[in-house]
Design a binder for this molecule. Structure first.
Ligand code: FES
Length: 248
């Protein structure tokens, strides 16, 4: 379901092949590779459990909220990380497609959203249990230098211990995940949040293929693969999942 970027890349290479600009492009390519844009999905207003537009002040700092976008059954984390996040992190999907993370939105530029489907083996929150979640308090992990480190403000998957950095577009900090969590593109307009697209490596096709049977029961039919609709209800993780599993 990823949007192909072959056209952008081809145009860039063609431009760089022409006389007079090759040298300049060579330098530019090293500095800034073409970035894949967000994959557009129908815009959805984020609302609270009363159906009112979600207000920034209603978002608790340090706690994950959950909503479903861009499909009715694809879970996402919504987080107020409590500090301005200018964005700009340059990331890559597993297949090498580069993209640039937009950063936080809202009055303090501190609100971010990511797909809650782990990029390793698709662990995700369900009504019964969640092995993946946001940890404000420090958790232990083995870093790239094989040293034990502790770090808070991370998204952690307890299945095989992938750790993501929500302040850098959910880049992988540790563990077997081959790419960041897909980022949800947000807009903050007239005091309300909207989800408008997805960027990075989304795993929705694999998710439907792998969990379709269970989702069919949960959603009483094929509605699980329908678009999320014009509004997405945001609720605390505790209100959605009965057992929040922690580790590390
Ligand atoms: S499914 Fe998340 S680390 Fe394996």
């Amino acid at each position: 379901m990823n949007k192909p970027i072959g056209g952008d890349r081809r145009d860039f290479i063609k431009l760089c092949s022409s006389a007079g600009v090759a040298l300049a492009c060579g330098g530019a390519a090293a500095l800034a590779a073409p970035q894949a844009p967000a994959q557009a999905f129908p815009r959805a207003l984020l609302v609270d459990t009363q159906g009112e537009p979600l207000r920034p002040e209603a978002l608790p700092s340090g706690q994950a909220q959950i909503f479903f976008y861009p499909y009715r059954s694809t879970p996402c984390f919504l987080l107020d990380l409590g500090e301005a996040l200018p964005g700009g992190a340059e990331l890559q999907t597993e297949t090498g497609v580069p993209y640039r993370w937009q950063g936080g939105v809202g009055p303090n530029r501190s609100v971010v959203a990511f797909s809650a489907i782990c990029a390793h083996k698709l662990t995700h929150p369900s009504p019964m249990v969640s092995f993946i979640g946001y940890r404000e308090q420090p958790v232990g992990f083995v870093n790239r230098a094989q040293q034990v480190e502790r770090r808070g403000h991370v998204i952690q998957c307890c299945s095989e211990h992938s750790l993501y950095d929500p302040k850098r577009g959910a880049a992988v900090i540790s563990g077997p995940a081959p790419q960041p969590l897909a980022a949800i593109e947000l807009a903050f307009v007239d005091g309300a949040f909207h989800a408008t697209g997805v960027y990075g490596g989304d795993l929705f096709a694999r998710y439907f293929e792998q969990f379709g049977d269970r989702l069919q029961l949960e959603y009483a039919g094929d509605g699980y693969a329908e678009p999320a609709g014009e509004q997405c209800v945001v609720q605390p993780m505790e209100g959605y999942t009965r057992n929040l599993i922690r580790c590390g």
